[in-house]
Write a protein that binds this ligand. Sequence first.
Ligand code: T4K
Length: 368
Amino acid sequence: MSDPKPIYVTQPFLPPLAEFVGYLERIWESRILTNSGPLHQQLEAALCRHLGVDHVSLFTNATIGLVTALQSLRITGEVITTPYSFVATAHSLLWNGIKPVFVDIDPRTMNLDPSHIEAAITPQTTAILPVHCYGEPCDVEAIERIADTYNLKVIYDAAHAFGVQRDGRSVLRWGDLSVLSFHATKVFNTFEGGAIVCPDAKTKLRIDQLKNFGFVDETTVVAPGINGKMSEVCAALGLLQLEHLGEALERRRQIDASYRDELAGVPGIRCVDRSAGTNFAYFPVLVEADYPLSRDALYQRLREHGIYARRYFYPLISEFPMYRGLPSAHRDNLPVATAVAQRVLCLPIYPNLLREEQSRVVELVRRR
Ligand code: T4K
């Protein structure tokens, strides 16, 4: 008997191909492939409506979006951030010549713990770069209070937070800027892509110039910009994805509920709580001391059965060679993040995950 099909931590959601062809025909006809074309503009407007935000600037990916967001607010010196994230978060600081200062996370939300932020502020600190990890909102009020007191900017890495609501409004409305990822592995994908969400037209204009080499018009360049533009093909996929997002989210919700139900009584497996308004982007569990296997042994067991769960986020960013020499990267400074990174495992969750595939995952986790 052949091995069953591998199951990955995620699989991109794709709408029916036939529906995409219509968009491609429009692109072929117009021959506008990029540089803020009609579909790009249409997607920016559609995302403002969908997300309930005022201004969106599309990007080629979230990493260039983060680098540009920091540039747009002229952030320098030191920036307080989390070690518990994808490495792109801190890389965006190094690409701007900024020193990351790592602060520990809250054990419930796995986001920056505001109670440790003030102690990390120095005269060089200019901003805070928190992450809404797994789409779980940060303690945005506490972060805002600290930022206001110390006159710091706040740029949220909202790569995981597409469509997330907090108290009935978009979490993307908090902070000076928020950066979304539309990568293939995300809840909403445009093949590759991303966006900066910003509150005012003036900031959007600066961001739009920065992502287009700094051009203002044919002959005027006002900043050393980059090429961060999203292509028309990616924007077309985004427009089509929006039409199907409701059904995709509903499937994610069902999968999340089944895992919680079926793993509820398993000693040593703790499903990480989610707030109302979540987008079900990831399904992290913590493998506690009373589980019969270590986290890594469970990860291996799943792999041996063709299930590719992922240890997001292990190792911590602060453990990578370009960061580990920083004083704030020391494990003693990051006890919660260090412990969580040793125990976390993200189980497969995506709209096309079949019921029987999810049962295979659950059976292997429950097996003694
Ligand atoms: N900030 C945060 C907090 C982030 O999590 C990320 C990205 C960023 C910033 C930067 O955003 P972008 O610049 O990428 O827009 C993946 C993604 O590549 C990355 O976007 C994401 N976070 C991160 C959490 O996960 P890998 O190295 O784990 O990807 P990979 O290729 O191993 O993919 C995971 C699984 O997904 C594969 O085993 C199979 C499946 N897959 C993947 C791709 C790319 C598919 O089925 N089809 C695909 O096309 O980083």
